[in-house]
Design a protein around this ligand. Sequence first.
Ligand code: ADP
Ligand code: MG
Length: 304
Amino acid sequence: MKLAILSRNKRLYSTNSLYEAAVKAGHEVRVIDYVKCHMEITSMRPSIYLGDEKLEGFDAIIPRIGATYTFFGCAVVRQFEMMNVYSLNESVAISRSRDKLRSLQLLARKGIGLPVTTFAHDPRATGQLVKQVGGAPVVIKLLEGTQGVGVVLAETNKAAESVIEAFRGLNANILAQEFIKEAGGADIRCFVVGGKVVAAIKRQGKEGEFRSNLHRGGSASIVKITPEERSTAARAAKIMGLNVAGVDLLRSNHGPVVMEVNSSPGLEGIETATGKDVAGLIITLIENQIKIQTPNRTRTKGKG
Ligand code: ADP
Ligand code: MG
């Protein structure tokens, strides 16, 4: 196969791991900085260029779109889809996953367990938002935050209202969420490849930190997940339309609740902690998908 990894940097652990796995499996692979690409939107002849080079002949792409470049990155992925190139995760699914509210709405519809979440536009609803998630302590989140930035724990109702007002003043979209205290600053990252959880780790926030993000100093360890956690994670990835996903769960008193579903989950934490060749499994999935993929048909076509 001729593969392209859409990534800004060859030296990133995840990009490099996928690259090595593709080479090992005997494929031709290239890392393409998608931000430097440009597209020609022409009737019947969609094309993509990197400088003056026309990008052609790829069998599959592996999108690793950074949160900062969601809009442009998804447009590049979509352009490849228009050219009938198989995308490991499709553009619609990636953009869904980047909006926490949209993701939770889709998951809620299918009965996935979630922390109670509220969202409003009208500032007069602020008090009600906090009340409906059970009052303080409450978690306030930016709709498009990542790596724990823009996730705040408000200890009192007054603090919650002030934080919501402050974010609003900056024109940021936020949601309020029930604080799952019993999770104890830890979450479970389930790595889903092709509908199955292939590896899972527990991430524990550093002392005094409720956010478990590895970027915030959290630590990863191997964990055994329950059958319920396993099926919740696999279903969540499927509902989002993601072939590869990092599904983050919190262990709540009322079972596993999904916090978010990541469409470009990092490989370093999971491969290092579990010793599993997750990148290799992703390449195998692409090999199998290519065989069954009907040309000119994306699975999320026509869906929001
Ligand atoms: P980001 O996209 O920035 O990673 P998350 O929604 O994943 O945002 O939140 C970051 C971290 O904060 C999570 O990994 C988790 O440890 C903690 N967290 C988020 N929401 C809750 C919640 N409702 N209850 C308890 N902890 C939470
Ligand atoms: Mg997260």
